[in-house]
Design a protein around this ligand. Structure first.
Ligand code: GLC
Length: 474
């Protein structure tokens, strides 16, 4: 209910600001509180970028950055006699799921296809290039099955943009953007872009129809030709509930899907037709059920009012496997997670398995270790909400759940005492959650609570205090 009111208010505000009528498309933000709740309770998920780009081992943008020929790129999928190709021979999604669980993650999101267009699932579109063709393996089916069996929520990542199509750089056929392949403006690009869009529609329908239901979808990159914002590409992709049958880039009957009344569905319409509970990020050009923040910039400011998610990379270099490694430290990882949860967000942490499907040892070890800490302080993370008081950047912040408040104290805060603002409930105990030890506290008549004797050394990256009360007024 709250979300309905919020969504309406948001729409009215957005429309007032833009002076436009609301589009019906935007009316389908997830209205089911349970679908949002699992996500907001989960807090921590695993992002996995895995595809052909693992072969050159320089990140997932390799095709674009090298502007190599598409034929040469396709060869990464086949043994050229040297044994160096995308063989997926160690791909064990059950092991990935076990690692995610050990790390304290509650959902996984694997790239079904990235901007290079290589699909890990079974698509029969004319131009589709898939692992079923190259390895006779439906890697995505294996992934979905294993993640479900492990009891984790299943996320789908899908990139609408596709560098294999010259039309991607020139959807109107009148204005080709700069590109490494030196494609020039050409009228046929418009049709080429239309084929690209048709492939997206066929594949999104295939994924949602045959692999779902999905709990979560991460659309990536609705921009066109690497220009503008995700929202700027929406006229082309039609990411909302419905498509316009008069759109200049039509989707053929064979590749499209419709609602019960025969109205053609847009990308989210297809997603929700088959996965009514699915929640979506905000990167398709559609508004999204939750806000998205990408990259490793510092997380600052007050508690955010909307559900949101920050995605970032364990190996800071690239999302896809990279021979170069610059791993985040455990202290940095802790800092990001704390900064996110005290502001009401989730963290989606990326790993990039190699061409065999192996998540590098050092990455896995870090995740196991981090998970061991989370097991101890998980009460202060999972199922909480950020607040009820705003954090102080770089020093501390709060989470809460019925009957409990938690203080996350960062290394930037000096001292062994801290206070929390007035609360109505009576505090019955305060604990160092990591050490499982009671702490001294005094609750003043005005409800404020002062804690003393904090041990700041036992786990300096985040000293977690649990404040237990005799009830919940929140
Ligand atoms: C960007 C990049 C992409 C990566 C994504 C992760 O959109 O283009 O490579 O997959 O961020 O959020």
């Amino acid at each position: 209910m709250k979300r309905t009111v919020f969504s309406l208010a948001y729409l009215l505000l957005a429309c007032a600001a833009s002076g436009r009528e609301p589009k019906t498309d935007f009316g389908i933000r997830q209205q089911d509180d349970a679908a949002m709740k699992w996500f907001q309770d989960a807090k921590f998920g695993m992002f996995v970028h895995w595809g052909l780009y693992a072969v050159p081992a320089q990140g997932e943008w390799y095709l674009e950055q090298s502007a190599m020929s598409l034929d040469a790129y396709r060869k990464f999928a086949f043994d050229q006699g040297d044994g160096v190709y995308f063989d997926a021979k160690n791909f064990d999604p059950t092991a990935w799921a076990q690692l995610a669980k050990a790390a304290g993650m509650k959902y996984i999101c694997l790239t079904a296809r990235h901007h290079d267009g290589f699909a890990l699932f079974d698509s029969h579109f004319t131009n589709a290039f898939t692992s079923v063709q190259t390895l006779h393996r439906d890697l995505y089916a294996e992934y979905v099955k294993a993640v479900r069996a492990a009891g984790l929520r299943v996320g789908l990542y899908f990139s609408p943009i596709d560098w294999r199509y010259p039309g991607y750089y020139d959807v109107t056929g009148t204005n080709c953007a700069d590109n490494g392949w030196h494609y020039q403006t050409a009228a046929w690009h418009k049709e080429n872009a239309d084929v690209m869009k048709n492939e997206v529609y066929e594949q999104v329908r295939t994924l949602f129809k045959n692999y779902g239901p999905f709990d979560y979808v991460f659309w990536d990159g609705s921009w066109l030709a690497q220009r503008g914002s995700d929202r700027d590409g929406a006229y082309f992709w039609e990411p909302g509930k419905y498509r316009d049958s008069a759109n200049a880039w039509p989707v053929t009957a064979a590749n499209s899907d419709s609602d019960a009344s025969g109205r053609p569905l847009g990308l989210m319409g297809i997603a929700r037709k088959y996965s009514p509970q699915v929640i979506s990020n905000a990167r398709s050009g559609w508004i999204g059920d939750f806000d998205s923040a990408e990259g490793d910039s510092e997380v600052k400011g007050p508690v955010r009012p909307n559900p949101w998610e920050k995605c970032l990379n364990l190996n800071r270099v690239t999302w896809g496997y990279n021979a170069r490694q610059n791993l985040m430290t455990e202290a940095q990882l802790t800092r990001y997670l704390v900064d996110v949860v005290v502001r009401g967000g989730n963290m989606l942490l990326n790993v990039g398995p190699d061409r065999h499907g192996t998540i590098p040892e050092t990455h896995a070890a870090l995740l196991w270790h981090f998970g061991a800490w989370l097991t101890k302080v998980g009460d202060s993370i999972y199922g909480t909400r950020g607040g009820p008081w705003n954090p102080v950047d770089g020093q501390y912040g709060f989470t809460y759940k019925p009957g409990k408040y938690f203080i996350h104290i960062l290394p930037g805060y000096v001292g062994t005492e801290i206070a929390i603002p007035a609360i109505k409930e009576k505090v019955t105990g305060c604990f160092d959650l990591y050490l499982r030890q009671p702490l001294n506290f005094v609750q003043q008549p005005d409800g404020t609570v002062r804690l003393t004797g904090l041990n700041r050394d036992a786990h300096n990256a985040d000293t977690v205090v649990s404040v237990v009360t005799d009830g919940s007024s929140l």
